[in-house]
Design a protein around this ligand. Structure first.
Ligand SMILES: *Cc1c(COP(=O)(O)O)cnc(C)c1O
Length: 513
């Protein structure tokens, strides 16, 4: 089978129906059956064909063998594992166009494509969605997800804090070796008179450790500055609370430069590290005092900024007050924004520093052709040199549904989570986590994640597998304060408060019996 240039437009129809089925309600079990999975696995072509199967047969192979091995993590409204989001119809349409037209968001050359403009505009619309002033965030880019955004956050932070340390040590005197990106950690640390860089956080997402590992900061240098257990009955109620004394003690260390990372939405509890602008300001002031970088991991939590001004969600809104004071912010597109994998975003105030940290050196053939300087070349402010136009689904979904559409979606997700919490609190078989809060506090503090366990230890050990065996809903297991716990994370645009509540409690009631 040769790959022939197309002779006429009709020659090979794109397989439209295959992806458009994603627009209909999901009726299959949430996880594929063991039989479909093993059939899909054993159908995979084991060695590279010399003569290809051709378009049609490949299409059938994908449709009949591979797709039945997929799960409904994105297409089912009742998949509550991890935080996966779904794909809105507008984002789905746009994503298929992205593949079809295959635009490379790379160098910004205005005469060649509108692609970089789309990305720039999508990012500006996101800033608007989160009520962040676009003048404050000149460096913005799309990434493959919050992990990549955290890598950028720590890379910029590392550049900033070490550069500042070298300048402090040499009193602003001409000291050539100060850029980590140029000279590497091993040369800059001695020039700064430091032993290393540390990341101070409370319940950071695991990806922050990964980012620290990749960047030569070291996973072991991601340190907890949680408030020490206050031994309130039933465990910690605000597990993410900063201990400001420990924080300041660490920031004041003479041998380490520091990045402070605020968990704005923690995956197990859905809780926030801060409770309002005052606390955030305090962190900002400490960072300024000690020359630290302030990064926010708001992968899904920053979406609570959409709720601004709603009393019902007051506590949640307070959780991401003050983000505007950070140096850099991580957000995820493929979670609550409900665009397809993979998509994350990253904002920072420091455009020149970003170019220092991410510059693609000495590639004359890539230099932008004297284009519009208001859109910097994506080659010099992010990780990749070439990337897909993942901005188009972001742009499309924001334009299609607007701020109100997103607010409405998130409100339904939170209300469903709170209905489940209220139901669990009344139930004799279940305990809601974290801590022993009043019912009012539990409800007010619930974002779109419900963390709970069974009171009976025997049931608790098998709780997640019993729930998932129903195939009606899917939840993820985790551990909380040393014991197994169960998470329901509601993140799909398909959420239906009443219908999904009925489904969830039917399953949980059945499992408790
Ligand atoms: C999901 C998540 C991440 C990692 O995101 P990916 O999109 O999987 O790379 C990082 N931080 C937080 C808070 C998250 O919830």
């Amino acid at each position: 089978m040769t790959i022939q240039p197309l002779q006429s437009p009709q020659e090979e129809e794109p397989p439209r129906q295959l992806w458009q089925t994603a627009l209909t309600p999901w009726t299959s079990p949430i996880l594929p059956s063991p039989a479909s999975l093993s059939k899909a696995r054993s159908s995979l072509i084991t060695s590279l064909p010399t003569t290809g199967l051709g378009f049609s047969e490949t299409k059938n192979h994908i449709a009949n063998d591979i797709i039945p091995g997929f799960n409904g993590s994105s297409l089912s409204a009742n998949y509550y594992g991890f935080v996966t989001g779904g794909v809105t119809p507008a984002a789905l349409l746009a994503d298929n166009i992205v593949s079809a037209y295959d635009q490379n968001v790379q160098v910004h050359i205005p005469g060649h494509s509108v692609a970089t403009d789309v990305e720039d505009r999508a990012l500006t619309l996101l800033l608007e969605l989160f009520d962040l002033d676009q003048n404050d965030w000149p460096h913005k880019t799309l990434t493959t997800g919050a992990t990549a955004s955290n890598v950028l956050g720590l890379a910029l932070g590392r550049e900033f804090v070490l550069r500042a340390a070298v300048e402090r040590k040499h009193g602003g005197a001409n000291q050539e070796v100060r850029s980590v990106a140029e000279y590497g950690v091993a040369e800059v640390l001695p020039a700064a008179g430091l032993k290393g860089v540390q990341v101070l956080s409370t319940y950071p997402h695991s990806s922050l450790g990964k980012a620290a590992g990749i960047l030569g900061i070291g996973r072991a240098n991601v340190k907890s500055v949680c408030a020490v257990d206050d031994a309130r009955e039933g465990g910690r109620q605000r597990p993410l609370e900063f201990d400001f004394q420990i924080l300041e003690r660490e920031l004041a260390r003479g041998d380490m430069a520091s990045i402070v990372a605020v968990s704005c939405g923690e995956v197990n509890t859905g809780q926030f590290a801060t409770t309002g602008i005052e606390e955030f300001r305090k962190i900002r002031q400490l960072c300024d005092k000690y020359g630290a970088w302030l990064h926010v991991d708001g992968a899904f939590g920053m979406f609570s900024r959409i709720l601004k001004g709603h009393e019902e969600f007051d506590r949640i809104c307070k959780g991401c007050e003050g983000l505007e004071l950070a140096d850099s912010i991580t957000g995820d597109g493929h979670k609550l924004l409900n665009v397809p994998y993979d998509c994350g975003f990253f904002f920072s105030r420091h455009a020149a520093l970003a170019e220092e940290a991410c510059r693609n050196p000495n590639a004359a053939y890539l230099s932008a052709g004297g284009g519009d300087p208001s859109i910097p070349s994506p080659n010099n402010n992010g990780i990749e040199n070439s990337r897909r136009l993942r901005a188009l689904p972001v742009y499309a979904t924001l334009v299609a549904y607007g701020k109100d559409g997103y607010r409405d979606m998130l409100e339904r997700q939170i209300r469903l989570a709170r209905s489940v919490v209220a139901w669990l609190l009344q139930h004799t078989a279940y305990t809601v986590l974290p801590g022993a809060q009043t019912e009012e506090d539990f409800l007010q503090n619930t974002f779109m994640v419900v963390l709970f366990r069974a009171k009976d230890d025997g049931l608790n050990e098998v709780l997640v597998s019993k729930i998932n065996a129903t195939s009606e809903i899917y939840v993820s297991g985790t551990r909380w304060e040393g014991k197994p716990a169960c998470r329901i994370a509601i993140s799909n645009w398909r959420v239906n408060e009443e219908k999904d509540f009925e489904t969830i409690i039917r399953v949980l009631e059945g499992v408790a019996k």
